[in-house]
Design a binder for this molecule. Structure first.
Ligand code: NAD
Ligand code: WQD
Length: 351
């Protein structure tokens, strides 16, 4: 199924997953409207995406805009015939969401409602949404299947869960809507070129970017949160998915919408690898890729962390014909390539 010539509005396009997805969309010859308020990113990522796109960079237009700005979104929809929206824009720091819940509810939930209202006006009825494994809360068993009960442990998770409900209701109100809800597990790695990757502001919340910053000398050591879990080596296990595989999952979702001629309905699928890796195994793979030791100290568990979380991936394969291909070793090689070329991210300096 060709996506050539189809116009896709990508919110949060300049961010980590958005930038990698824009690149894969350009490779498919999509026309990309990259919309971002640059709250957690810069357009440097998309400049690099254009350069990596093998001459298709002119198919992408970057717009600095907020999803809370309905007028601006209306203008974008009026000026373009948009086939579908891929909605990445959102705030994602779990800890910050606890200290600033209103910022998260306003940005993520109100922002999505404003976006959906513009889509209704424009009669654009296809959306692919970035949900998260966080909606499984602390799963009672693994692997997580899409039928598991959902719950949220923090305001960030609640925004994801609530947006899922909003999309479900929107689809129920008009079954011409195509709402593809993708639940990502733990995205890591970078484009193999080392030109684009994750560039968190401040102290990283997540394991892989923290390990990366220790490796380049920006942090003295990694704190391993808990060594007494009921797992093989006592550390927490997660389902780490390469960001390029994840980006390809979005291309597969768009193809599904195109193939079914807009009649997919509401679909919820996990995007993960179906395998879990412990903190110590990930650090070991990273040390091998980087050829250096990562200093570590063992500390207490982080509240709210489950022992093991990984995805059941059959549904994504069945519905989208997609599955993750890359190993944790490849994730670490690509993460290190990005880190060593860009030790201080896109700006080149400490923030
Ligand atoms: P990111 O912060 O790198 O990208 C999000 C982008 O959205 C940023 O460029 C930011 O500037 C933009 N943005 C935020 N609020 C906006 C607004 N009001 N208007 C316009 N743009 C806005 O994060 P990411 O890792 O690329 O995540 C993308 C999406 O995937 C998010 O919705 C996130 O919650 C979700 N997700 C991420 C992970 C993860 O671990 N990275 C896991 C599951 C789900
Ligand atoms: C992974 C493992 C930690 C940091 C989070 C969000 C989730 C989703 C993905 C957006 C755990 C351990 C971590 C460190 C450590 N994001 N760890 N030292 O918690 O699975 O999920 O990101 O939707 O919502 O909650 O990922 O990378 O924070 O942790 O030992 O400095 O690494 O205990 O076992 P998590 P993570």
């Amino acid at each position: 199924m060709s996506l050539s010539g189809k116009t896709v509005l990508v919110t949060g396009a300049a961010g980590y997953i958005g930038s990698h997805t824009c690149l894969q969309l350009l490779k498919e010859e999509c026309k990309v409207i990259a919309y971002d308020n640059l709250d957690n990113s810069s357009f440097e990522s998309l400049e690099r995406v254009k350069r990596l796109s093998g001459g298709n960079g002119n198919l992408m237009t970057s717009i600095e805009g907020d999803i809370l700005d309905g007028e601006k979104l209306d203008e974008v929809f009026e000026a373009n015939e948009i086939f579908a929206v891929i909605h990445f824009a959102g705030l994602k720091a779990v800890g910050e969401s606890v200290s600033k819940p209103l910022r998260y509810y306003e940005n993520n939930i109100n922002g999505t409602v404003v976006l959906l209202k513009s889509m209704v006006k424009a009669k654009c009825k296809s959306i692919i949404f970035s949900s998260s494994a966080t909606v499984y809360g602390e799963p009672k068993t693994v692997p997580c299947t899409e039928e598991f009960e959902t719950s949220a442990l923090n305001p960030y998770g609640k925004t994801k869960l609530f947006i899922e409900h909003i999309l479900t209701d929107q689809h129920a109100s008009d079954n011409e809507w195509n709402c593809l809800i993708l639940r990502y597990f733990n995205p890591v790695g970078a484009h193999p070129s080392g030109e684009i990757g994750e560039d968190p502001k401040g102290i990283p919340n997540n394991l892989m970017p923290f390990v990366q910053q220790v490796a380049v000398g920006r942090r003295p050591e990694l704190s391993v949160f808990g060594t007494d879990y009921d797992t093989k080596d006592g550390t927490g296990r997660r389902d780490y998915i390469h960001v390029v595989d994840l980006a390809d999952g979005h291309v597969a979702a768009l193809k599904k919408i195109a193939k079914e001629n807009g009649k997919c309905g509401r679909i919820v699928v996990n995007l993960g690898t179906g395998k879990s890796t412990s903190v110590l195994e990930l650090v070991g793979a990273f040390e091998k890729a980087a050829g250096k030791k990562i200093p570590m100290k063992m500390v207490a568990r982080r509240p709210g962390d489950a022992a093991e979380v990984y995805a059941k991936t059959d549904l994504a394969y069945e519905i989208l014909g997609w599955r993750a291909e890359k190993t944790i070793e490849e994730c670490c090689v690509d993460q290190w390539n990005w880190a060593s070329k860009n030790p201080y991210g896109y700006s080149g300096k400490e923030d």
